[in-house]
Design a protein around this ligand. Structure first.
Ligand SMILES: C[S@@+](CC[C@H](N)C(=O)[O-])C[C@H]1O[C@@H](n2cnc3c(N)ncnc32)[C@H](O)[C@@H]1O
Length: 282
């Protein structure tokens, strides 16, 4: 039976690094449960990648241009099971490195790499603990769709990005537009969710049926996961404070998942669903 319920509660913002760490650790446990959906699709992912395909979004392809021409090493933060990371390889990046907190995701990524004999290295760790041996080697730090909301300390995240990049290297983000949090996903029109745009954090049990859905564990027994809404300006300013130069910020009507499944067709494309950002290390 499909589990339609995502039971969430509003949480205070993380106050200190201990709060941040405990939320990230809770997310590790929760993603180990959620990642089973990716495990089920592993054979399809292997075939998809073996055929030379790429899951890069058109917005990413447009912003990044011909990766073959300029990107030697890409580090993918929050790489999940590596489908997008290895898509970067299929797009012409010589060496790809993925970092993810979930044991299950990284085990999946290693399995795919073994089968495809891909030039990929994987690190299972909190993105905030990305090892220093990777400092200064990335022409591209890539963060994929659905990444930022899992982080509870953007300053430390931006510092990690800065240290990973080569001089002249870029970070690219394509993620949910924070405006989408302000509307109730169960409605056919845009009804205010009641969330505070500037300070919203929540915990939840259960996964959206339009993403991971039923994982075979009753919702009240699922691990609790913690998310945070990051306003666009905060993302922009945090990267700038870390020393990066913002070269592009875009707001896009393109959704990459069905987060408003009941929306009237005439309303689709009327609000930004995603944003993208490109910033360079001087
Ligand atoms: C929505 S998924 C990313 C999906 C990916 N873009 C894709 O298309 O498959 C979010 C990922 O962030 C990872 N994650 C969450 N918190 C993290 C943290 N603190 N450090 C590293 N990875 C984290 C999760 O394990 C999960 O793989």
């Amino acid at each position: 039976m499909e589990q339609k319920t995502v039971a969430y509660q509003i949480e205070p913002l993380a106050q200190n690094i201990q709060d941040v760490r405990s939320r990230h650790e809770a997310n590790r446990v929760s993603w180990n449960q959620g990642a089973q959906r990716y495990t089920e699709e592993l054979e399809d992912t292997i075939e998809f990648l073996r055929a030379g395909n790429s899951s890069l979004h058109p917005v990413e392809r447009r912003n990044l241009g011909d990766l073959r021409a300029w990107c030697r090493t890409a580090i993918h933060l929050q790489c999940a099971s590596g489908r997008d990371t290895l898509s970067l390889w299929n797009e012409g990046v010589s060496r790809v490195i993925g970092v993810d907190i979930s044991d299950v995701h990284i085990a999946n990524a290693r399995r795919i790499t073994e089968v495809l004999q891909a030039p990929a290295i994987w690190y299972r760790c909190d993105v905030l603990d990305t090892p220093h041996e990777l400092d200064g080697i990335a022409s591209l730090v890539y963060t994929g769709r659905g990444a930022l909301c899992w982080l509870h300390d953007l300053n430390r995240w931006a510092d990690v990005i800065f240290r990973l990049l080569t001089s002249g290297g870029v970070v690219h983000i394509l993620d949910d537009h924070p405006l989408t949090w302000l509307f109730d996903p169960k409605q056919a029109t845009f009804i205010y969710s009641g969330f505070d745009y500037f300070a919203h954090s929540e915990s939840s049990q259960g996964w959206s049926p339009n993403y991971i859905g039923d994982i075979g564990i009753p919702v009240p027994q699922q691990a609790r996961k913690f998310e945070r809404l990051w306003p666009i300006a905060e993302v922009f300013q945090t990267l700038q404070r870390a020393g990066l130069t913002i070269e592009y910020l875009g707001e896009h009507p393109d959704a990459y998942w069905d987060c408003f499944p009941h929306l009237k067709p005439e309303l689709i494309g009327r609000i930004p669903m995603t944003f993208s950002l490109l910033a360079r290390k001087p």
